[in-house]
Design a protein. Structure first.
Length: 368
């Protein structure tokens, strides 16, 4: 069991979860969210990520790429002989089967329509193919400086936009901004990994962007990825100002960029791998989940642990003139739930603002 956990590389799994959470948070904010689709999306993404990790271990082990890994790098099971070639092939087959099963179940539950079904079947097949051929096969694209491009597409554009589409049944151009930001940060994760392995990869002829650029220019390229991701999130904040909560992760991002810039060798750069993974997970979904919610919420217990504040600019009226439960999520505020008909006093308001709410209701001036 310990070997299987090590083979799955748990440190990489939060990236897959972050991308799916980002797409689902965007759909949830638009009033489209189903728990079953969310769970199956997570399982599909996790199975694809684990399949990619197994294929990477197997491919680099067979090619001999992992024989020259630096001592600071995690152990690879195929190269070390801890898992046989036959066992790795069996695990690859099991990973493909799991990915197919979860993916088909996801499409069955989400019901994207015939055109959407065919499109996502194609995307699913490409995702499985990309997961395997990263380092497996004669023309493994991970050995031809295309790893970051693949990660950007599948952990950014396809992951975020695809999960948003499966929840909402449509697409809006604004989703492209956080999707691009997620993709750039995910590509930055892989780039740090390749910067760490730059010497061993060059020794065995594995051509990555880091090997092509050299260590000094690789650091500049990494900083460019981070800057572009920040610009994408800032542009999205113009559309959704509440998403500026991702700024809470900016100090950590700045410290990470500074350490990468000052890194004297690949080993120092490799120590930043954990930091960029955590930053990517912090920048993608949590900041988008903490948005004003003006409807009955299925994630109430989860989201409202952050606290809530009353947002009277977004009063949702029902067809009969009554208000639905009004909840706006914000940090460090009391949890206020207001559910009044317009000709009665508030039904429930927390104690801290009870008096103010009642007086404003009497004067018919909610904005006070």
């Amino acid at each position: 069991m310990r070997t299987l956990i090590e083979l799955a590389r748990p440190r990489t799994l939060p990236l897959a979860l972050a991308v799916i959470c980002c797409g689902n948070a965007l759909a949830y904010h638009q009033g489209n969210w189903r728990c079953s689709v969310f769970i199956l999306s997570l399982l599909t993404a996790l199975s694809l990520q684990i399949l990619s990790n197994i294929a990477n271990d197997y491919g680099d082990g067979v090619r001999g790429t992992d024989r020259h890994r630096p001592a600071s790098a995690p152990r690879r099971l195929t190269a070390s002989g801890a898992v046989s070639i036959r066992q790795m092939r069996q695990l690859l087959a099991a990973g493909v089967l799991a990915s197919l099963s979860f993916g088909i179940a996801l499409l069955a539950v989400s019901s994207p329509g015939w055109s959407g079904l065919l499109l996502f079947l194609l995307f699913g097949a490409l995702a499985i193919l990309a997961a395997i051929t990263y380092t497996v096969g004669r023309y493994a694209y991970g050995h031809h400086a295309l790893g970051e491009v693949s990660v950007f597409c599948f952990f950014g554009l396809l992951g975020v936009i695809g999960s948003y589409y499966l929840q909402s049944g449509g697409y809006t151009p604004a989703v492209l901004l956080p999707a691009t930001g997620c993709g750039l940060l995910s590509a930055a994760v892989l780039h740090v990994n390749n910067m760490r392995d730059i010497d061993s990869d060059a020794a065995v002829g594995k051509c990555t962007i880091a090997v092509k650029l050299g260590f000094a220019r690789s650091k500049t390229f990494h900083l460019a990825l981070l800057a572009a991701a920040v610009l994408c999130y800032l542009a999205y904040a113009v559309i959704a100002p509440a998403s500026l909560l991702w700024l809470l992760a900016c100090p950590a991002l700045a410290r990470h960029a500074q350490r990468i810039f000052r890194a004297a060798d690949p080993v120092c750069a490799g120590r930043e791998l954990k930091a960029i993974v955590l930053i990517t997970c912090a920048d993608a979904p949590p900041c988008l989940l903490v948005l004003p919610v003006c409807r009955d919420t299925e994630l109430g217990d989860l989201v409202h642990r952050l606290g809530a504040d009353l947002d009277l600019e977004r009063i949702p009226l029902r067809h009969d003139g009554r208000m639905q439960g009004l909840i706006a999520v914000g940090l460090r505020h009391g949890n206020i739930v207001l559910e009044p008909p317009r000709d009665r006093l508030p039904h429930r308001v927390d104690d801290a603002e009870h008096t103010v709410a009642v007086l404003d209701r009497r004067d018919e001036d909610a904005h006070r």
